[in-house]
Design a protein around this ligand. Structure first.
Ligand SMILES: Cc1cc2nc3c(=O)[nH]c(=O)nc-3n(C[C@H](O)[C@H](O)[C@H](O)COP(=O)(O)OP(=O)(O)OC[C@H]3O[C@@H](n4cnc5c(N)ncnc54)[C@H](O)[C@@H]3O)c2cc1C
Length: 593
């Protein structure tokens, strides 16, 4: 049976030492009383370890029940959701005007990670609701906000996002769902949506639907999409679930992972709904809240990587197989533990470097989301948003590709037992895989990075990352202990700059050239971001390692930073070679298009 312990010390390291969030006490709304931080994270850890984690394997094994349009969650999930609501977790970052607590996103992300580690299927229900909350909060009319937000904030109602259709996934311009005006300000929605997470379930009394559909006069393609809001039960004037809307769940999918999260076919047969935002601007509305949603999905990969790492490490310390090549380390035992073997250490350190580095990246991005929303100076807000725009595809792709790779390594560390269901490791592999696909596939993230983010405002987004890195390298150039971290980072930045120039130049000729290397470019960019994170982590650790009474903690940070610089970051050399091979390497003479 797997176990899970929330990485509270590492959350503190990132929040207090890496980000130093105390410095924002006076400049960011909601940061004034950070004494609440430790108790909140402790409480969330208790809930995740004690309530959600014990339901993870049973939920996976039992799965969902579909019965005449109704979906029943596995045993214990409804009660866990009620406990989650009773503790007030859904309202954490929400606007106090609608009953929220107004707390920072940077404190919410560790909670999201803990939920993802303990029970990803459960986490999708509040996660999707928060996406719906954000869409209505940004784009809804006052009346829509009053109708839906208080219920989403308490968690009494859940929310879902209905975008995908059988013929329209990445290319939402192809949707066919129609919205016909009723003449009274409402619309009738007709069409079929597929793959809708939490589209139907039995944990909440109502389900709010955000739907993309086309108005009768819609221009073709993605410029003709509008956003609508409605609910399974139409809200009464008193804010209660009223008449049943014409929305039904036609089926649920049978899938590789997240077995306790319903993925639904949703039929809209003239469902009554209301326009959100301007006509034909639905995709734009969706994109404004997409950054947070994508960072949230990234954290799913991190959460699963963390729980897999914890179990792989524990196993590697216990399991006795073979002797150390340098001679017996435990001569009194029949064999040495797995952890003595270099290749096991390679896997464990790859896992650790991913989890701890990605945690910094996720929380750093969340802090910028807070800065964008809460700072009084528009220039500071703008810079923070530029950073979030740039980092969103990096966070989404690196953390979810990593989630998949790392959970696979975790399974490998357990050998044959890793493949056996009882040990829990194979579930993490299955659950992690979807995060590379939904909320925009990772290939689409790469196109977003090279097509939108690099050229935006003449490279303005890029400067929010490269300036601090240049400054860091300059400031630390003459510190001898930092040389082993600075040099590899400097080389990697050089590769990334060469790659960026190649992308820009080739883009002027054949656009397929940069597209052919987009995923490699995205990976290289991510590795450099993590290189910077590990170099700064090393700097913090070097300052503390000699005097701190947590010597081991900082020595471990330094060892992991070294591992990252020597065994992971050098991948940039091969990525540059692959990327610049260009589209000519992708010829398929047997295929004519
Ligand atoms: C479990 C699950 C839950 C989901 N939850 C939701 C939900 O709640 N709401 C919702 O609306 N949707 C949801 N989805 C749908 C999900 O977002 C889509 O599956 C995803 O966006 C990809 O769309 P697609 O499956 O149609 O693949 P396609 O768009 O057909 O893409 C197939 C492949 O082609 C690639 N590709 C496509 N276009 C290009 C291009 N121009 N250049 C290069 N490569 C390209 C893609 O990256 C992908 O690898 C969910 C899906 C699953 C499986």
């Amino acid at each position: 049976m797997p176990t899970y312990k929330a990485p509270l010390r590492d959350f503190q390291f990132v929040l207090k030492e890496w980000l130093d969030i105390e410095q924002y006490k006076d400049s960011l709304k909601g940061f004034d009383d950070l004494s609440i931080m430790d108790p909140i994270l402790d409480e969330a850890a208790k809930f995740c370890e004690g309530v959600l984690f014990p339901l993870n394997q049973s939920g996976d094994a039992e799965g969902l029940t579909f019965d005449k349009g109704n979906v029943h969650l596995p045993k214990g999930f409804k009660e866990a959701y009620q406990a989650y609501v009773a503790a007030g977790w859904p309202s954490f970052t929400c606007d106090p005007a609608y009953g929220g607590q107004g707390l920072p996103e940077v404190l919410n992300m560790p909670i999201t990670e803990m939920i993802s580690s303990s029970n990803l299927s459960f986490g999708l229900l509040p996660g999707l609701s928060h996406g719906a909350y954000n869409a209505i909060h940004i784009w809804g009319t006052e009346e829509q906000k009053k109708t839906y937000l208080p219920k989403l904030v308490t968690g009494e109602w859940s929310g879902v996002m209905c975008l995908t259709e059988p013929q329209a996934g990445t290319d939402l311009g192809l949707i066919r769902t129609k919205a016909t005006p009723n003449g009274d300000g409402s619309y009738n929605i007709t069409g079929t949506k597929i793959f809708i997470s939490e589209g139907e379930q039995d944990a909440t009394e109502n389900i709010v639907h955000l739907i993309l559909a086309k108005l009768p006069d819609a221009p073709a393609g993605s410029r003709g999409i509008s956003l609508f809001v409605t609910a399974k039960f139409l809200p009464t004037a008193e804010g209660k679930p009223g008449e049943r809307n014409k929305i039904t769940c036609g089926a649920i999918e049978h899938k590789m992972g997240i077995h306790a999260s319903p993925t639904c076919v949703m039929n809209f047969d003239g469902a009554k709904a209301w326009l959100v935002g301007e006509p034909h601007k639905g995709l734009k509305a969706m994109f404004t809240m997409m950054n947070e949603a994508r960072i949230y999905v990234g954290i799913q990969g991190l959460g699963l990587g963390e729980v897999s790492y914890q179990n792989a490490l524990a196993y590697a310390k216990e399991r006795l197989q073979m002797r150390s090549l340098k001679g017996a380390k435990y001569p009194d035992k029949p064999a040495d533990p797995l952890v003595v073997h270099p290749d096991i250490r390679r896997m464990l350190l790859t896992m650790r470097a991913f989890c701890e580095g990605s945690r910094v990246l996720a929380l750093w991005s969340a802090l910028k989301v807070d800065t964008h929303k809460r700072h009084s100076d528009p220039k500071v807000r703008q810079e923070a948003d530029d950073f979030v725009q740039l980092m969103t595809p990096i966070v989404k792709s690196y953390l979810t590709d990593g989630g998949s790779e790392i959970t696979n390594l975790g399974m490998q560390v357990l050998g044959g037992y890793g493949y056996i269901r009882e040990y829990g490791m194979e579930q993490y592999v299955r659950d992690a895989r979807i995060a590379q696909i939904y909320e925009g596939t990772n290939g689409v993230q790469a196109l977003d990075l090279i097509g939108r983010k690099l050229p935006a405002h003449m490279g303005r987004y890029l400067r929010t990352f490269f300036h601090p890195v240049d400054q860091f390298l300059t400031e630390n150039r003459d510190i001898p202990e930092m040389a082993e971290f600075n040099k590899p980072l400097y080389q990697a930045v050089g590769s990334l700059q060469n790659a960026s120039i190649w992308m820009a130049q080739k883009g002027l000729g054949n656009p397929d050239d940069p597209a052919s290397g987009s995923v490699e470019y995205q990976r290289m960019f991510s590795l450099v971001v993590l290189g910077y994170i590990w170099a700064r982590t090393a700097k913090i650790a070097l300052a503390k390692v000699k005097t701190s009474d947590e010597k081991n903690f900082y020595e471990t940070k330094l060892a992991t930073a070294r591992f990252y610089m020597n065994k992971i970051l050098p991948e940039h050399f091969s990525l540059l070679a692959k990327l610049t091979a260009g589209v000519k390497s992708l010829e398929m003479p047997d295929i004519t298009v």
